[in-house]
Ligand binder design. Structure first.
Ligand SMILES: *[C@@H]1O[C@H](CO)[C@@H](O)[C@H](O)[C@H]1NC(C)=O
Ligand SMILES: *[C@@H]1O[C@H](CO)[C@@H](O)[C@H](O)[C@H]1NC(C)=O
Ligand SMILES: *[C@@H]1O[C@H](CO)[C@@H](O)[C@H](O)[C@H]1NC(C)=O
Length: 419
């Protein structure tokens, strides 16, 4: 549903008279808000099982996006996380950082900002934000809500290090502290956020995909000696506050993987080693909900460790009193685990993810989004497969997608108090 300019103006006028700024999105049809530990939509609780499809805006045929959204919606997947960035370098320096993925460093077909020796240019063209416009319009039409990440900790699609190498930074974490870099990121944020500030298709603006002090040892800039959890938290505070000044109607999230910062813990995922303090970040006044990710394959953790990680986040949700979303979770296919990590496991994806989904349900987590959405039948065949992709037409989707969605949606039934 699209809001008319008039109803938005009326709502904004009311906004200033309301004691609680959070009240307005609660009254706007189609806008997601929070209510204690839950999300809320159109006056009803909005627990969701969603997914991730970072590639929506990067595939060439918009009809494929339309089909993918129809299939997602039919499967009950309404909240989809995607990339609202693609930073390209006009000059490609051999061996230069960041080392892009398959999308390449030089201008790819669809990108949102290009960098030429320190000068950024936002791409407002048909292969830039106008493409994102189409994706947002489709989402409005089909009742899909997008979580839009605004940059990447990692080198895929450019991300943070493109700003840093172009603006004279040296370290990955200069992104969080260098005033010139922060100003450039704010400029980009402003261009994107103001463009869709009135669209009910935005579920939340997300500062970045997995912000950390460090990144990939070979593909990214190194971490400085000075980065701590306090540095990343301060950056999230500053940027989330900035987004709310541009767009008070949408939720804002951090996109962190949810690591804890508890002094004395031996486990790196609980002792702040990579500069993430889940509790401190989730408590920030302009962060509306907490996020965490689950990748025991990459993290050298077990399936059961992950179940505990989920329970700990459910406990944080209760303690902090804001929604928490398990917004990426994945378990590799056995052949990929063996090929990439040289490790074997006799736990299947259905077994692992079912345990985690049950933990999320039992903990009444506000939402979850598996990594990643897949389907066949697109004009070019199957969507991207990174070893974690769950294709809707595969047998495992019955349990992990269709049955799970039903269980999650059950939580939205019954009586409730909307304020
Ligand atoms: C991008 O451009 C900057 C500035 O010209 C350069 O320092 C960096 O190495 C380039 N990165 C890549 C991947 O080409
Ligand atoms: C770390 O911080 C100190 C003190 O502010 C500063 O002098 C130094 O240059 C910083 N080092 C790095 C690697 O950023
Ligand atoms: C495989 O499963 C059995 C129990 O079903 C367990 O005892 C064994 O340790 C597992 N092996 C691996 C490699 O996980």
């Amino acid at each position: 549903m699209l809001l008319s300019a008039k109803s938005v103006a009326a709502a904004l006028a009311l906004y200033s008279t309301c004691a609680s700024a959070g009240l307005i999105p609660k009254l706007l049809p189609g806008f997601v808000s929070t209510n204690g530990q839950k999300f809320q939509l159109n006056g009803r609780p909005y627990y969701f099982a969603g997914t991730n499809a970072y590639w929506f805006q990067f595939i060439s045929d918009i009809n494929d996006v339309s089909l993918a959204m129809d299939k997602a919606k039919a499967a009950g997947l309404e909240v989809i996380r995607t990339w609202g960035f693609n930073e390209v370098n006009v000059t490609t320096i051999p061996g230069g950082l960041p080392q892009y993925g398959g999308e390449g460093a030089g201008p790819s077909t669809i990108y949102f900002q290009s960098w030429d020796n320190g000068v950024p240019t936002i791409n407002y063209g048909d292969n830039g934000l106008k493409r994102f416009d189409k994706v947002v319009k489709l989402a409005e039409k089909k009742g899909i809500k997008l979580v839009v990440a605004l940059t990447n900790n990692w080198a895929d699609y450019g991300g943070m290090d493109v700003y840093t190498v172009n603006l004279g930074g040296q370290y990955h974490d200069d992104f969080y502290t260098n005033p010139k870099i922060k100003a450039a990121f704010k400029k980009y944020i402003k261009a994107v956020v103001t463009r869709y500030a009135l669209s009910p298709a935005i579920f939340s603006w997300q500062l970045g995909n997995e912000p950390r002090c460090g990144a990939d040892g070979t593909r990214n800039l190194p971490r400085s000696a000075n980065c701590t959890a306090a540095v990343v938290t301060a950056w999230i505070d500053e940027m989330s506050k900035y987004i709310k000044t541009l767009d008070p109607l949408h939720l804002v999230s951090s996109g962190v993987e949810g690591f804890y910062n508890r002094p004395g813990e031996a486990d790196w995922a609980y002792n702040g080693a990579d500069g993430v303090d889940f509790d401190a970040i989730t408590k920030l006044p302009h962060i509306d909900y907490g996020t965490f990710h689950c990748y025991p394959d990459w993290w050298s953790k077990t399936v059961d460790w992950t179940t505990q990680f989920i329970k700990d986040h459910a406990a944080s949700q209760k303690k902090i009193g804001k929604p928490v979303v398990m917004e990426e979770y994945g378990w590799l296919l056995e052949e990929d685990r063996e090929a990439w990590l040289g490790v074997t496991s006799n736990v299947t994806r259905v077994e692992a993810l079912t345990k985690w989904q049950n933990a999320a349900l039992e903990g009444r987590l506000a939402g979850d989004q598996y990594w990643q959405f897949g389907l066949s039948g697109l004009s070019f065949g199957k969507s991207t497969d990174d070893g974690f992709t769950i294709f809707l037409e595969d047998a495992e989707a019955k349990t992990l997608v269709y049955d799970h969605v039903k269980k999650v949606n059950k939580q939205n039934q019954g009586w409730f108090w909307p304020f």
